[in-house]
Design a protein around this ligand. Structure first.
Ligand SMILES: [Zn+2]
Length: 455
């Protein structure tokens, strides 16, 4: 068989992997949006293969950089099944609709290309087929696959594919995005066994998570200091799927256990609200702590001082509120979304803290704040930075370099011959390679986009 990395080669976004079997059967694993193609005029608009030729799409998880170009694939003729877990299917619909709204908005403002519309989202939804974890499913007499828990976000899978060619069995695993062991709500990743080839994410290949305290202790520290001692506002930019839920769940526990006074919390993201409902509905997919909490309490996220921002009148109420509070809003890197209003309103307020809860790509507003700039441009205005800017990696949804190395060792059970590094910056991949044991180091390949490997 042939393996080609068509996306997330030496970069973090745009995941897309093509497997072509000798029989001609073609499997695509993930089909994400490449964030580096900002205008959607090149990589995202044109596939380097004919979408009509793809027989089946296996999807690791719902994040847009893995799933966001699927409706475009359908628009350009892909007719096969899109196979994923049930929580992923429910998240997809919300994320794709959100993606159409963003594309329409950008098209009107900046003349960027619209990749697809609501019709293609509906068509793609009709091609979805959901499967459970840990079930081996045959696609035909030569190929079968199994979804394993990847952690990362609810419903996220690593996919193990078995291919029979000329009487030999070849096994290739795709990690998708892996979770950080011990994460709030989310299960730990389960390494795949008996692999010949592993295509793995390397997001934090050369980085170690610094925060050693628990999410509870981190939030107690920031809420007490900012909202109680300084009577100010704590603003936490967070992705709508995954991180917002981890933060709200931790806050709910702290309030219920009386470890924090009932400070008002605004969750300002309609997508986060939809995503929270999906977490409650599919709580069986979460870790034991969350499952038990749901059984006893009935809900993972709602608490008395939580105000969900759904419509215009909620926004007005929030803007009139002047006391100390916590605001959790998207997007995580502060590029676009409702968070920009909050940054614009509070960046010159010295009693406000902006707690950045994750990695910010270079060039994003989040990265500029973390550089310690004294002024920034937000919503078209230059503003002084008087708010306190801080960062925590305690809610990270990816393993760090140690977590990745442990995962590789656990996957290396004797038959592994090649390890393909994808979904990371090139420098970070090269450094990660040097950190591996000699046995693993020699197996590492860093594919370029479009490079073909005969397996
Ligand atoms: Zn992801």
């Amino acid at each position: 068989m042939k393996y080609t990395c068509w996306g997330a080669a030496k970069q973090v976004t745009g995941s897309m992997h093509l497997l072509e079997l000798e029989s001609g059967f073609k499997i695509l694993v993930d089909c994400g949006i490449d964030y580096e193609d900002k205008d959607n005029k090149e990589i995202n608009a044109h596939f380097q293969f004919n979408p009509r030729d793809i027989d089946v799409l296996l999807l690791t998880h719902a994040h847009i950089d893995h799933s966001g170009n699927i409706p475009n694939l359908v628009k350009q003729g892909f007719k096969g099944e899109i196979i994923c877990t049930e929580p992923t299917a429910f998240l997809l619909d919300k994320l794709w609709i959100d993606s159409v709204n963003i594309q329409n908005n950008n098209h009107n403002r900046r003349q960027t290309t619209r990749l697809y519309g609501f019709k293609e989202v509906k068509d793609a939804n009709e091609q979805l087929l959901t499967v459970n974890f840990n079930q081996n499913i045959s696609l035909n007499s030569e190929v079968s696959f199994t979804f394993h828990e990847a952690g990362h976000i609810i419903g996220a899978a690593s996919i193990r594919i078995e291919v029979k060619e000329e009487d030999t069995l070849k096994t290739i695993g795709f990690t998708g995005d892996l979770g950080n062991p011990g994460s709030k709500l989310i299960v730990d990743p389960t390494p795949m066994q008996g692999l010949n080839y592993l295509v793995t994410e390397t997001t934090y290949g050369n980085r170690e998570h610094k925060e050693k305290r628990s999410p509870e202790d981190v939030l107690i520290k920031y809420v007490t200091k900012t909202c109680v001692d300084q009577e100010g506002r704590l603003i936490i930019p967070a992705f709508s799927v995954g991180r917002t839920q981890s933060i709200l769940f931790t806050l709910k526990k702290l309030f219920n256990e009386g470890k924090l006074p009932p400070v008002r919390v605004f969750a300002d993201s309609p997508l986060a609200l939809a995503s929270s409902n999906i977490h409650n509905r599919f709580s069986d997919y979460l870790n034991d702590e969350a499952k038990n909490y749901k059984l006893v309490d009935g809900s993972l996220f709602d608490f008395k001082s939580l105000h969900l921002i759904e419509d215009k009148s909620d926004v007005e109420d929030m803007e009139l509120y002047r006391d100390s509070c916590i605001i959790v809003s998207s997007a995580g890197m502060l590029e676009g979304g409702r968070i920009q209003h909050h940054i614009s309103d509070h960046i010159q307020n010295p009693s406000c803290t902006i707690l950045i809860a994750g990695f910010c790509s270079p060039g994003t507003l989040g990265a500029k704040l973390l550089e310690g700039r004294s002024t920034i441009r937000v919503k078209g205005n230059d503003k002084y930075v008087f708010a306190k800017i801080d960062q925590t990696d305690v809610f990270s949804a990816h393993p760090d370099t140690i977590g990745l190395q442990d995962y590789f060792e656990a996957s290396n059970d004797g038959q592994l011959t090649k390890l393909f590094f994808v979904h990371g910056e090139e420098e970070s991949m090269k450094e990660l390679k040097t950190l591996l044991s000699d046995n693993l180091k020699n197996k590492v390949t860093i594919p370029s986009k479009g490079e073909i490997f005969l397996l």
